[in-house]
Design a binder for this molecule. Structure first.
Ligand code: ADP
Ligand code: MG
Length: 644
């Protein structure tokens, strides 16, 4: 090109379309222009750095690698200059005049399909590169000199409306300077403080010095890009606090650098404590995505399944272009692979805690266990790994130290702590494998009982039989357990079974055939009264084999869900019909024997009252009694009759 001439060029058709879109304010987030320009400068500096390290000659070799931004509020001007690789004439016509990223192309295709139905939020998710600057400027000037000493310098000017002009320039230093006057409605970007604030938001970890009006904006560099041995604990923790807004140090971290079929770096953390609004689905944060040190997106949901969203941090992959849309990343095999590796590593970390760092595991389990366990219902590929990490209280684990439920238990085998005499942080919990290991060979099932709190669970009369037989029963007190545990089905071929179910296979004990047990005939007569009193509400009334100290209890028929689950479903306004219970009566209990005796004397009223009272008492225990008034009135009547 002749030095004095100025040439006009036309943008390609799709480019015009894109420009039109950007300028017509579909782009709701104009501040991202800064991110795009800084990321281009950072790319250019990366390329220059590569040339330098590979020993190529570069223009102005002594000039340091940095980014300078100058803003002028009065003149409403903005400029960004870097000492990167710069652009050749061909770059200016071919790279600056085309859409490089497939994400943007895809977006345009969608736009064509949907005509005007696309909303602003959608385009906001797309990086549109250099051209996003036309959101805030009418006309843009790019002055550039390529790093190759044989190349010339050029000035490129465009109003973004379809054509651009190029002429030669006398710039001597390598690199690129992009400048423009801001539109009136975007003059805020001529404020140095505003720009610094945006840099901290979007480009805090860019690897090069950024100056705004001569003043350096503190940059911490890309911590995750460093070799993990070179990052101090302090530096890492500071980074964690910066990205998470946490004031505490993290529980643990993973610093990954994967190379090969998939390339990415990641620095991710597990907090010690869940944030106050953690369990509101919409406040679940996820990882930040970087593409070669340049921030792409916050909260990149595709990187982790929901049940692992307690993990915070950064993933940086060269394999993903910066201008990558949400729609593209969702179906990207690169993302899927990164996710797979991350999930695997996170499991590895948690499994390591479970094995060797019980304090960390306990902190994690108490804080994030409920969310983590929900993965059982969503991540079938990792079900077995989640199942192995489950921990439960049980009738054989000691009650938590100083807890409200101390003393209720006659725990046997479990009291011995694995590490010796001092109680360990996980001693009050047991895994399924621990359970199976210590269950007697004759036992075919894993028993559990779920309920609202541990103290009440431990007092549940349905445990009596199991206590007496020293059969361990898992006590599920976390509300999530009731939703996920029944779905496990079986573990190591042992079915998991709620002891509330009436059909569990209880062994007959020869000791039970005691002389004080009611005869079958007397029992049938008495059960008939119970049947009449409980009426339609129960599916059946049977003689119980599981009760030792209690007179009656309610269990669940074949089809029913367990009572705790049912209560929770009701709390969530789920439409569940009342499932009918089975009333079990203990034929060896003194009250039952007395009732039979009274029945023989012909005092029907007393027997009826007692049957009703025992049934209601069992309902009361399970939080299913609607009218305490009747219950108390009846009790008074019983006392009256008994003291007559
Ligand atoms: P992308 O960064 O995804 O390639 P952009 O629209 O941001 O898309 O930039 C288009 C191209 O323009 C870049 O690939 C690069 O070749 C060139 N470019 C933009 N800014 C610079 C710069 N500051 N220095 C050198 N080249 C640049
Ligand atoms: Mg770019």
């Amino acid at each position: 090109m002749d030095k004095t001439s100025r040439q006009q060029f036309e943008f390609k058709a799709e480019m015009k379309q894109l420009l039109h879109l950007i300028v017509n304010s579909l782009y709701t987030n104009p501040e991202v222009f800064l991110r795009e320009l800084i990321s281009n400068s950072s790319d250019a500096l990366n390329k220059l750095r590569f040339r330098q390290v590979t020993g190529e000659n570069v223009q102005s070799p002594k000039v340091p690698l940095k980014i300078k931004i100058e803003v002028d509020e009065k003149g409403q001007t903005f400029s960004i200059e870097d000492t990167g690789v710069g652009m050749t004439f061909d770059d200016l016509t071919e790279r600056l005049g085309t859409i490089a990223s497939s994400g943007t192309m895809e977006f345009l295709r969608q736009l064509k399909d949907q005509k005007n139905k696309l909303d602003g939020n959608m385009i906001g998710q797309f990086g549109v590169g250099f051209y996003s600057a036309f959101m805030v400027a009418e006309q843009i000037t790019v002055e550039t000199r390529h790093a190759d000493p044989d190349e010339k310098a050029y000035i490129w000017v465009s109003d973004g409306k379809g054509t651009y002009e190029i002429e030669e320039s006398d710039r001597t230093v390598r690199g690129t300077r992009i400048s423009f006057r801001l539109k009136d409605e975007h003059k805020e970007f001529a404020g140095a403080e505003r720009i610094r604030q945006l840099i901290r938001k979007y480009s805090n970890f860019v690897d090069y010095t950024i100056e705004v009006n001569g003043e350096e904006v503190n940059s911490r560099g890309a911590v995750w890009h460093k070799n993990k041995n070179e990052v101090t604990d302090e530096e890492r923790n500071e980074f964690y606090k910066f990205i998470s807004n946490d004031f505490q140090e993290p529980l643990d971290h993973l610093h990954l650098s994967m190379e090969g079929r998939i390339n990415f770096k990641a620095l991710v953390f597990v907090p010690k404590k869940a944030k106050p609004d953690f369990f509101r689905a919409e406040s679940l944060k996820s990882l930040q995505l970087y593409s070669n040190r340049v921030f792409v997106r916050e909260n990149c949901e595709e990187l982790l399944p929901e049940y692992l969203r307690f993990v915070e941090g950064v993933v940086d992959s060269e394999d993903l272009p910066l201008n990558v849309s949400r729609e593209v990343t969702q179906h990207s095999p690169v993302m899927a692979k990164i996710r797979e590796v991350l999930v695997n590593k996170i499991f590895g970390m948690i499994e390591y805690w479970a094995e060797s760092e019980p304090d960390k595991f306990r902190t994690f389990y108490d804080e994030f266990g409920p969310l983590f366990k929900s993965g059982l219902n969503s991540d079938f590929a990792n079900r077995d790994r989640i199942t192995e990490l489950l921990r439960f209280h049980s009738t054989l684990t000691p009650a938590a130290t100083g807890g409200a439920d101390s003393g209720a238990d006659s725990g046997g085998a479990a009291s011995k702590s694995e590490s010796g005499s001092a109680p360990g942080p996980m001693d009050d919990l047991i895994s399924l494998s621990g359970y199976v290991e210590r269950m007697p060979e004759s036992q075919k099932e894993i028993f559990y009982l779920s309920g609202e709190n541990l103290a009440e669970l431990r007092r549940d009369p349905r445990l009596e039989y199991f206590r007496k037989k020293e059969i361990e029963v898992l006590l599920l007190s976390d509300p999530v357990d009731a939703f996920v545990v029944p779905g496990i089905g079986s573990y190591k071929e042992k079915p998991l079974k709620s002891i509330e179910k009436a059909d569990i296979d209880l062994e007959d004990d020869p000791d039970d055939e005691k002389a004080d047990r009611l005869s079958d005939e007397d029992l049938d007569r008495l059960l008939a009264v119970f049947r009449e009193e409980a009426g339609e509400r129960v599916e059946n009334v049977v003689a119980s084999r599981r009760l030792v100290d209690s007179a009656v209890t309610l269990t669940i028929g074949k089809e029913g869900m367990d009572s705790h689950m049912e209560r929770m479903m009701k709390m969530m306004d789920q439409d569940v019909g009342p499932s009918r219970r089975v009333l079990e009566v203990n034929p060896s209990h003194p009250v039952i024997r007395n009732m039979s005796r009274i029945q023989k004397t012909g005092n029907e009223e007393m027997v009826r009252l007692m049957a009703r009272q025992l049934y209601d008492g069992a309902r009361l225990m399970q939080g299913e009694l609607e009218s305490p008034g009747d219950f108390v009135a009846r009790m008074t009547r019983v006392m009256e009759l008994a003291t007559k």
